[in-house]
Design a protein around this ligand. Structure first.
Ligand code: PSV
Ligand code: MN
Length: 424
């Protein structure tokens, strides 16, 4: 299903007057409102191919209907998100869930929606049908060299798929670890993993990056071999300049100060990419900004400050991606909400008066420091985000469009009620 421009124009016409009033108020109250809108227009977030169907838990899965049945339909869905928001111009594939049968045609289809291929994701956390050796006791950390080599070979294959599609990065998330004390020799597991990653790193094309994603626990519950940012940073440093740490917001122990982690990784030039989501308890994969919006803002505040300090391009110098799952919401509506939350937090971070904050910090004026951040956070920037969408030719109110135009209903008509998209 393709969204035609005229239906977006009709939608925007209805909301135009209210938006104009909202934006002109913001222009009066925020000195750099138009410059912020331009930054919002430029900002793009990749959508994971595995988040387009309804997620589930080990207890059950409740399909929304009209889920994409193949890679082509997943690309269509991301095209739809991009048409409605103007801020989702890439798709990130997980192999082997989404192997392109014909890379040229797949690339062409994506391009017809204005999409490119973001990071490629390997999967050595599940056994596949016909696979020679099992990952039950890990992949790159495994005590058996042949299993480690199988995991390396899989990653090389993923790089090849990515090269064919024009991707320029590989994300490696390993579920490797142990469930009980004594099960693993930690140093050996680390060294095996490092050696395996080094083989993958060697095969990386010149203009590619590899992101080493960490996660505190699950599916292993005693130790994880890439368990936190320190371990990821160790691997990334030992691997070389094309290796970076990837921060998935849900992969920390409760109450971790993610904004501080981000600030330091950025300072060291080792922050590579992001997986946005939100959580209450663990790796809940909830809608971005739905539980801890202030934390999301604080993270963006560090990102903006840290990237500006290094003269980095906000849009292109880090890999931005959503990694969420939806048990009780329409996946497309959920992704629209996530994209909105990301842009809101980014816009608020752009509002922070950096000079005043630095001065207050230098004076140990704690009250003013807090007020400066909270002033920005408490500013209603939704009119700026809507203005950016309008400027990009997208919908002022994407969820309003989605509902008024019965998008899910049309997808169900087209694809059927019972389909279940591949993924977790
Ligand atoms: C693991 O929990 C993770 O965050 C990794 O990024 C995986 O690739 C993805 O989720 C799989 O669902
Ligand atoms: Mn992730």
């Amino acid at each position: 299903m393709r969204v035609d421009n005229s239906s977006i124009a009709a939608h925007n016409e209805k909301g135009a007057k209210a938006q104009q009033q909202r934006f002109s108020f913001l222009q009066d109250t925020i000195p750099n409102a138009s410059a912020i809108v331009d930054k919002l227009v430029a900002f793009q977030v990749a959508i994971p191919s595995w988040a387009l169907g309804t997620g589930g838990t080990r207890f059950g899965r409740f399909s929304e209907g009209g889920e994409p049945r193949n890679l082509e339909e997943k690309i269509e869905d991301v095209g739809l998100l991009h048409a409605l928001t103007g801020s989702a111009n890439a798709i990130s594939l997980h192999i082997p869930w989404d192997i392109p049968k014909d890379a040229v045609a797949t690339k062409q289809l994506a391009a017809s929606f204005g999409l490119r291929f973001d990071a490629m994701n390997s999967n050595t956390f599940q056994d596949q049908a016909g696979q020679a050796l099992s990952y039950k006791f890990g992949s790159m950390q495994h005590v058996n060299k042949a299993v480690r080599q199988q995991a390396v070979d899989h990653n090389l294959e993923v790089i090849q798929y990515g090269k064919d599609l024009g991707s320029q990065s590989l994300t490696v998330w390993l579920s490797d670890g142990s469930c009980f004390p004594g099960q693993l020799n930690f140093r050996q597991a680390f060294q095996n993993t490092l050696e395996s990653l080094q083989k993958v790193y060697k095969a990386l094309p010149e203009d590619w990056k590899v992101f080493v994603e960490y996660k505190a626990f699950e599916p292993n519950f005693y130790s994880t071999t890439v368990g936190d940012w320190g371990q990821s940073y160790l691997y990334a440093s030992k691997l070389g300049p094309k290796a970076y740490t990837l921060v998935d917001l849900g992969h920390h122990l409760p109450n971790a100060n993610i904004e501080q982690i981000v600030a330091l990784l950025l300072m060291e030039g080792k922050l590579g990419g992001f997986h946005f989501n939100d959580s209450k308890y663990g790796d809940d994969d909830l809608t971005v900004g739905s539980i801890k919006p202030y934390q999301l803002f604080l993270i963006f505040s560090e990102l903006v400050e840290g990237m500006d300090a290094k003269g980095m391009n906000h849009t292109t110098d880090l890999g931005w991606m959503i990694d969420a799952s939806h048990n009780v919401k329409d996946p497309l509506e959920d992704l629209l909400q996530s994209l909105d939350a990301i842009l809101i937090a980014y816009a608020q971070a752009l509002l922070v008066d950096r000079k005043a904050l630095a001065a207050a910090q230098a004076n140990n004026d704690v009250t003013t420091c807090q007020n400066i951040l909270q002033d920005a956070f408490r500013t209603d920037v939704r009119g700026l985000v809507a203005q950016a969408r309008l400027k990009a030719g997208a919908a002022i109110d994407p969820i309003g469009y989605f509902r008024n135009n019965s998008v899910r209903g049309n997808l169900i008509k087209e694809r059927g009620k019972g389909g279940v998209a591949t993924g977790l």
